[in-house]
Design a protein around this ligand. Structure first.
Ligand SMILES: NC(=O)N[C@@H](O)C(=O)O
Ligand code: NI
Length: 164
């Protein structure tokens, strides 16, 4: 069965709100610190931690390059915590998500981030693992460590193809 088309939407805070936050400086709350030598972009996304012995992990991910056509055959979710990705060298991501709860494949949506945008998946948001577009790129990743199983994968009934 051929994959269904998956349209790409512009990544905005409003559009991404059902899935988490967009991490960007545009229109962010900011203020000068360190005697005015630094600007702090404050409280950009919510880190969620649940379960036994949970703690925040700070990681770096080196994503391999993905090129069109990109088929989406599975999604995953982290029931015990959020997961944030921010490009450290201007990499862009294909972001494929569905709202938390029982997976409804009709509610899968896709976005492409800009070189100065990251995202934070809210706890339980369905998403595809990192997809670094067109080139290898490094991402700062903040997510949850601790006891318990924090990654549930689900194969899609109908694969999708991102219309890049
Ligand atoms: N497995 C892992 O650490 N990464 C995934 O959760 C991902 O979303 O890329
Ligand atoms: Ni993940």
């Amino acid at each position: 069965m051929p994959p269904l088309p998956l349209h790409i939407e512009p990544l905005t805070r409003e559009a991404f709100a059902p899935f988490g936050e967009v991490i960007e400086t545009a229109d962010a709350r900011s203020f000068p610190i360190n005697a005015g030598t630094t600007t702090r972009y404050h409280d950009l996304a919510r880190v969620e931690l649940a379960g036994e012995a949970s703690r925040t992990l700070i990681n770096l991910f080196d994503g391999q390059a993905w090129h069109a056509p990109i088929e989406i055959r599975m999604l995953e979710r982290h029931p015990l915590g959020s997961q944030a990705f921010y490009p450290v060298d201007g990499g862009r991501m294909l972001i494929v998500v569905a709202p938390p709860g029982e997976l409804d494949e009709s509610r899968i949506r896709a976005f492409v981030s800009a070189a100065d945008q990251g995202i934070n998946y809210a706890r339980g948001t369905w998403h595809h693992p990192l997809l670094s577009l067109q080139r290898p790129a490094r991402f700062l990743v903040v997510d949850r460590g601790g006891d318990g199983h924090n990654c549930e994968e689900r194969m899609l009934e109908r694969p999708l193809q991102a219309l890049l």
